[in-house]
Design a protein. Structure first.
Length: 515
């Protein structure tokens, strides 16, 4: 049983300043919630709450008061974190919470008393393992604990005296922002970060603490969105060209018409592919989820080792990691007595659709790309090349943009119709997967080092498996949040990740390097 204590009330002066700032910026009527964000707000169910959850392991730890001050100075500058949601017949609005109190959103906790918290025992491997198991159990409980709808939809839980430091568990409702935007938010909390800008920054040179966000995470995924936005203005440009130089305008128009026709053909093809996706292979991971979750993660493996294997096999880091995930899942099902020969499971992967200089803006601006993982291929080398082939097939796909449009459409529908639309996708999906490159060097907060960081996006409908792959500080961690009915022991999947990578590494070393 986890004991929880309130950490005391925030000062009235601080609360008054926050309320005054928000009320002055937005007025009493509030701000209308976007249709996409509305869709996420209404997607909560008894089996899946639409919260992004995460955990930081921090050493040597931070004091509650210092963390509260950091949140006041940085996080509360984002108006969304001091606003509550008010729903009506046509949607929802963001309204300033005039009773906002930080003590309701930053909660201090302790792990069960039977786990030794002494400095001498904190380095003991058995104590370390028991503490991690207790933290995972607590996080699993929190994933199914609804946020108070009468307050802003987020909560941080500071676990004191964890493994010689502390752990910070985070819960943020998906209607506030997607994972890409929230990464930008977390960067404002770390040492060297700063409060969010009030408008898009003019400088083309990002701050050092945000370099990794723009170069490693946003840049690779914004090309599709930029192309689509460019297409929107081509009609006007073509008309002007025709008036200035009729012959040139006609020739350019023909070329652009062909481009538009190819784009339309691609859109129709991708839309058909989404609509006609075959059902996943039947496994114990598919079915009707219950109302409890399980959480597990593994120690980081060196990122340089992953890069070396990828280079040896002429594959990307993503190909290697996704192949190991497929192998771990396949091995888990095989040990359960299930036949996975030629089986595959579909994982929905979030893809960013926002301009990279607007990552600080909240809300949801992402699509979903369906990635089919070949869990039935036992040979690690054969599997990694199959993953590479399937990843290549997703390049240039319009499917992420189309799923974003479907989410916007879902926000216009009444909840039963929205649920029916989204359930069509969840029935064809086994997992939701995030694969995020983090900073190469470890970050610090309030003078302490963030040693480990993991987060999971929510599963919707009947999807019962969430997979997280995060590179950070020179390592890569693999984590799972699962429905307790469909996958009661996700640690067994986690335990297969490192051995799958080891198998792939040994086979790569055995290749005929001279040929």
């Amino acid at each position: 049983m986890v004991t929880q204590r309130s950490a005391g009330k925030n000062s009235r002066s601080t609360k008054a300043k926050v309320v005054a700032a928000v009320a002055g910026a937005l007025g009493r009527k509030g701000e209308r919630m976007s249709r996409v964000d509305t869709a996420w707000r209404r997607m909560d169910s008894a089996s899946n709450l639409m919260m992004i959850v995460g955990v930081w392991v921090i050493k040597p730890g931070v004091a509650y008061g210092d963390l509260a001050k950091r949140l006041e100075d940085r996080l509360l500058k984002y108006p969304r974190f001091t606003q509550r949601v008010v729903e009506d017949a046509t949607g929802a609005s963001w309204i300033a919470d005039h009773d906002f109190d930080l003590a309701n959103h930053l909660v201090a906790e302790r792990l069960p008393h039977f786990i030794s918290q002494s400095a001498a025992d904190s380095a003991n491997p058995d104590t370390h393992a028991r503490q991690q198991e207790a933290l995972q159990d607590r996080l699993a409980d929190l994933t199914m604990e609804p946020l108070d709808p009468g307050r802003p939809l987020w909560q941080f839980h500071l676990v004191e005296n964890y493994q010689g430091g502390c752990a910070l568990m985070v819960r943020i409702h998906h209607c506030i922002a997607d994972g890409i935007a929230l990464i930008s938010v977390t960067q404002s909390l770390v040492d060297g970060g700063k409060a969010p800008p009030t408008r898009a920054p003019r400088s083309t040179h990002p701050d050092p603490v945000e370099d990794w966000l723009i170069e490693q995470l946003l840049k690779p995924f914004t090309n599709l969105a930029v192309k689509v936005m460019d297409k929107a203005g081509e009609g006007a440009v073509r008309s002007i060209d025709t008036l200035i130089d009729p012959q040139r305008g006609i020739e350019q128009g023909l070329r652009q018409s062909m481009d538009a026709a190819r784009l339309a053909y691609q859109i129709l093809g991708d839309l058909a592919a989404l609509a006609l996706m075959p059902d996943d292979s039947p496994t114990s991971l598919k079915g009707q989820p219950g109302t409890r979750k399980r959480v597990a993660w593994c120690p980081p493996i060196p990122l340089d080792d992953v890069k070396a294997v990828g280079k040896a096999l002429n594959c990307s880091i993503n190909d290697v990691l996704l192949s190991c995930v497929a192998g771990a899942v396949g091995g888990y099902l095989t040990k359960r007595g299930e036949n996975v020969t030629a089986a595959s499971i579909r994982a929905m992967v979030p893809v960013n659709l926002r301009p990279m200089d607007q990552a600080y803006k909240l809300g949801n601006r992402f699509g979903l790309a369906p990635l089919v993982l070949p869990i039935g291929i036992d040979n690690p080398v054969e599997r990694v090349y199959e993953v590479r082939k399937r990843m290549g097939g997703l390049k240039g796909s319009m499917q992420p943009l189309l799923t974003f449009g479907l989410l916007a459409l879902a926000g216009l529908l009444i909840k039963p119709a929205q649920d029916a639309m989204l359930n069509l996708f969840s029935k064809k999906t086994t997992a939701v997967m995030t694969n995020v490159p983090g900073p190469a060097t470890k970050l610090r907060i309030c003078g302490a080092t963030i040693e480990e960081t993991l987060f999971w996006v929510p599963q919707s409908g009947s999807v019962g498996l969430g997979v997280s792959i995060l590179s950070y500080g020179g390592g890569v961690q693999f984590g799972i949040v699962s429905d307790a009915t469909l996958c009661p022991d996700p640690q067994r999947i986690i335990d297969g990740f490192a051995p799958e990578f080891a198998r792939l590494t040994w086979l790569a070393l055995m290749l005929p390097w001279g040929e």
